[in-house]
Ligand binder design. Structure first.
Ligand code: DAK
Length: 260
């Protein structure tokens, strides 16, 4: 499948996926979501990719939401299909074996904010703006915003954004825990790459199991979560990376991980 609305670039074990519809502020239409599904499916299977960055093309937007001109024409059954496709894309991103960093370089509204929420880590540029403006359009968020936002920032902050449809600055998003850091727009991608490089240098098996432990553990009570973590900890001891990591420490040298 060739992609018209997204670009993928792989360097040094890091895949950077750029949504490329700058004229529509990178809004997500059906084709873009289908292309993403295909692209992230490929990335998930690629054992040489150890971290992923998602960003938007241009200087103005990360993703300004689901494509309103596309949605405006939908019949109810089509709208249901569109919402299901969006959910599938968010689910695939959230469950990629590799950590995913959102480089939020501008408007992250509606489906764009929801896509950032499906990522593991969010860094934002100073000009980024966040919001769930769906109520302005007479709908509620359709790609998981009512579920992931309160889990990340708490019910009160999530409800304020969801009910009011207002936009907040990157600084405010950072204050409520929606993003980890706010950066000069010129430095955003470099900072995301540095973070991704740090992740790539670690034991890939351990990093992947960390992601599983956090995502699945959050759905459990603490005792079950800790027991699950102990199981995954045990699984590490079946990997060459564990052997190498501990051996390298004892031999006072840098580890050479193989991701197995
Ligand atoms: N969709 C389509 N086109 C968009 C767009 C969007 N979300 N956002 C911007 N554009 C287009 C504009 O129409 C304009 O196109 P032209 O007129 O040049 O052809 C171009 O991008 C530049 O935008 P502006 O001229 O408006 O630029 P400004 O700087 O003045 O304003 C803005 C930037 C981001 C504040 C403004 O464009 C804006 O408010 N955009 C809409 C943001 C928004 O409401 N996003 C949330 C979309 S709703 C569901 C499934 C999914 C969803 C819900 C339910 N089910 C099926 C149940 C999800 C919904 C959403 O994401």
């Amino acid at each position: 499948m060739s992609w018209n609305n997204i670009e993928k670039n792989v360097t040094g074990g890091i895949a950077t996926v750029t949504v490329n519809r700058p004229k529509a502020l990178n809004a997500l239409n059906y084709d873009t979501l289908k292309e993403m599904l295909d692209c992230f499916g490929e990335i998930g299977k690629n054992k040489d990719i150890h971290a992923v960055i998602i960003t938007g093309s241009g200087e103005k937007a990360f993703i300004a939401g689901a494509d309103i001109s596309f949605m405006a024409e939908l019949e109810p059954i089509e709208a249901r299909e569109f919402a299901k496709l969006g959910h599938e894309v968010m689910h695939v991103i959230e469950n990629l074996p590799q950590p995913v960093i959102a480089a939020v370089n501008g408007f992250a509204l509606g489906g764009g904010c929801e896509l950032a929420l499906a990522c593991d880590i969010r860094l934002a540029s100073e000009n980024a703006k966040f919001g769930q403006p769906e109520v302005n359009l007479g709908v509620l968020p359709g790609f998981g915003g009512t579920q992931r936002l309160p889990r990340l920032v708490g019910k009160g902050h999530a409800n304020e954004l969801l009910f009011s449809g207002k936009m907040i600055t990157a600084g405010e998003a950072c204050r409520i825990g929606l993003v980890n850091r706010v950066l000069d727009p010129e430095k955003l991608l470099d900072e995301c790459i540095s973070l991704a490089e740090m992740i790539v240098a670690r034991g890939p098996v351990a990093v992947r199991l960390c992601k599983e432990a956090v995502n699945n553990g959050l759905e459990m009570d603490l005792a079950r979560g800790c027991s699950y973590e102990a199981d995954l900890f045990g699984v590490c001891f079946a990997s060459r990376d564990q052997e190498e990591g501990m051996k390298a420490f004892l031999e006072k040298r840098a580890p050479k991980f193989v991701g197995k």
